[in-house]
Design a protein around this ligand. Structure first.
Ligand code: PMP
Length: 406
């Protein structure tokens, strides 16, 4: 199988060429946000330097160019997740806004006694919007538990589905554990119960090829910035008929057809859900990020990251006092752990002194921390530009933290 030429492709990421505390930067906080290739940075610069104008309004040339580039980016996203139709791709701020959009709009059809099913491993952004919706609607939030390896308990998930379940919201890849959920199977179970399914793809899109038609999910949400694209841009995919049937999310320019004080009619999809001037540069930058990833090939990237994770896991298991948090059979890109006798934040600080950027904290998944009885973990997360040498540096730094505090 083809292999990634990591030495060459690292040159596409200017930020990687710096030292931190006198040590070469080893960036392993990719689950929080990924670095951007030069093509993405240059695409945004070129947009502002050459074609900046507002979209969908102007008859003038720049406005048409900006509109064409913006809509071309939408089509790049459509192809990337294999959505059937252009209008099923709604640009939003990120995963968080995508989920809040569904909660605000689709959520209006929920009634007292209806149920929303999530899992114990969700990110706060796939918990809190549903709690707020339950407060508004009288619906009830159900939570499918995980086991001590960080896998979803499938039998419990199936047992919690009922005719009352209106919506299932589940992550494809846990940012705190690395667990990859069998979303295809979960969606089938949920559909059999008559529920609509939202997949949180914030972590998954950068690490696994996604085909929303093959998954048959009703909604799919992700952020550009974890996919080597800009911050402030993300995507909500929704099945056309479903989006069509939903009321608008925010009101404003671009989402209307006709406005009068007697009443307002709404624009076609996807514009009905895109009130106001969008993040035009961000959308075009996201398109460039997807183009970049496509030239490498996501399966090749995934194989590379999987090899790094396997090497890191094997080495971590040799470190006395290190406890892996998240040992699911199907896992991707994330190595979370604790170190006996050392607070995760202290581990993070020592690692930073060695140039190694990791995250220490609850990872916006406090229920996961609660499950394992921990205040926090240390999380290293891998991306396409990481190397086996960087895994070695990470392990060396962890051993150093043990020595300092041990
Ligand atoms: N879901 C998951 C699984 C995530 O990892 C994240 C980001 N950490 C989010 C949702 C939220 O994404 P954003 O902050 O980009 O909206």
């Amino acid at each position: 199988p083809p292999r990634l030429d990591v030495v060459r492709l690292r040159q596409d990421f200017p930020i990687l060429y710096q030292t931190v505390h006198g040590k070469p930067l080893v960036y392993l906080d990719n689950a929080a946000t990924s670095q951007k290739p030069r093509s993405v940075i240059e695409t945004e610069t070129r947009y502002y330097g050459e074609i900046n104008a507002n979209v969908h309004r102007g008859v003038h040339t720049l406005s048409q160019r900006a509109t064409d580039a913006f809509e071309a980016a939408r089509d790049t996203v459509r192809r990337f997740i294999n959505a059937a139709r252009h209008e099923e791709i709604v640009f939003v701020r990120g995963t968080t806004e995508a989920i809040n959009l569904v909660a605000a709009s689709f959520g209006q059809r929920l009634q007292p006694g209806d149920e929303i099913l999530i899992t114990e491993m969700e990110h706060h952004s796939n918990i809190v919007p549903w709690q707020l919706l339950c407060e508004r609607s009288g619906a009830v939030l159900r939570v499918a538990p995980i086991d001590d390896t960080g896998e979803l308990k499938l039998d419990e998930f199936a047992r919690l589905l009922s005719p009352a379940t209106r919506l299932v919201a589940v992550t494809q890849l846990s940012n705190a554990l690395g667990t990859v959920n069998p979303v295809r199977q979960l969606i089938e179970l949920a559909h059999a119960a008559g529920a609509v399914v939202l997949v949180d793809g914030a972590q998954a899109v950068a690490h696994r090829p996604v085909d929303v038609q093959a998954l048959d999910c009703d909604f799919y949400a992700f952020s550009g910035h974890k996919l080597y694209g800009p911050t402030g841009i993300g995507v909500l995919y929704g099945k056309g008929a479903l989006l069509e049937s939903m009321p608008p999310y925010q009101g404003g320019g671009d989402m209307i057809r006709q406005v009068s004080f007697a009443g307002t009619t709404y624009n076609d999809l996807p514009y009905k859900f895109e009130a106001g001037t969008p993040n035009i540069a961000g959308a075009i930058g996201l398109g460039a990020a997807i183009d970049y990833l496509n030239t490498l090939g996501l399966p090749v990237v995934a194989a590379h990251e999987q090899a790094l994770l396997a090497a890191a896991t094997a080495q971590a298991m040799q470190i006395p006092g290190l406890r892996l948090i998240g040992t699911a059979r199907d896992k991707a890109s994330i190595l979370a752990f604790t170190l006996e006798g050392v607070h995760p934040h202290d581990v993070g600080t020592i690692l930073d002194l060695e140039g190694v950027a990791v995250r220490a904290g609850h990872h916006c998944a406090m229920p996961v921390m609660a499950h394992f009885g921990l205040p926090a973990t240390v999380r290293a997360s891998f991306a396409l530009y990481n190397t086996a040498e960087e895994v070695d540096v990470l392990m060396h730094a962890i051993r150093k933290a043990r020595e300092v505090f041990g």
